[in-house]
Write a protein that binds this ligand. Structure first.
Ligand SMILES: [Zn+2]
Length: 78
């Protein structure tokens, strides 16, 4: 008498794919070292790699009466 002993082994393992966010903390030191661009009006420092639009936004928002050159005389346009 062969009793069919159907052993069902539920081996379904749900693997949760952990979404690893790329750590960006390593760029912090580089950013600090690149803080060379300074607003001449309020002396706020910017990363030298800041885009011109970002600097323009600062100038228009903070110093609407000043010109872009007055705020960032050292900024070299590409
Ligand atoms: Zn400013």
């Amino acid at each position: 008498m062969g009793g069919g002993n159907g052993q069902k082994s539920a081996t379904k393992r749900e693997r949760n794919a952990a979404k690893l966010a790329a750590p960006k903390g390593s760029q912090l030191k580089q950013n600090q070292a690149a803080m060379t661009l300074k607003c001449n009006v309020c002396l706020t420092t910017f990363v030298c790699t800041s885009k011109e639009q970002q600097l323009k936004d600062h100038q228009e928002n903070k110093h609407p009466k000043a010109t872009f050159e007055q705020c960032f005389p050292d900024y070299q346009k590409a």
